[in-house]
Design a protein around this ligand. Structure first.
Ligand SMILES: [Zn+2]
Length: 104
């Protein structure tokens, strides 16, 4: 993917904000510097982020991060398709800031 899991951890959470396996919807600009993405006329044409599940480029303005609870760890980024296919039963949260995650 376009950034290491260490970078994700640094950007989204210093400690577990939520118990249990879950998904966090994170604006891509929070995770990645603009240099990782390539825009043409304001439209994202080449993504610096790929899905850790299927390997496809993630082109959405947000990125789903899969977080596993035991032991607590960031699994990686997943695309909308993999979320629907494999993780639709997991609770999802939107990240407000590093410490605050609101259920969606
Ligand atoms: Zn995927």
């Amino acid at each position: 993917m376009g950034a290491s899991k260490r970078v994700i951890l640094d950007r989204i959470a210093y400690e577990p904000p939520v118990n249990g396996d879950h998904l966090i919807k994170v604006p891509r600009k929070v995770l990645f510097m603009s240099a990782n993405d390539y825009y043409e006329n304001g439209k994202l044409v080449c993504s610096g982020i790929v899905c850790d599940g299927c390997g496809n480029a993630i082109m959405t303005p947000y990125v789903w991060i899969l977080v596993l609870a035991n032991p607590w760890r960031v699994w990686g980024a997943i695309c909308e398709d993999c979320k629907k296919r494999y993780h639709s039963n997991k609770p999802a949260y939107v990240m407000v800031n590093k410490q605050t995650h609101i259920p969606i």
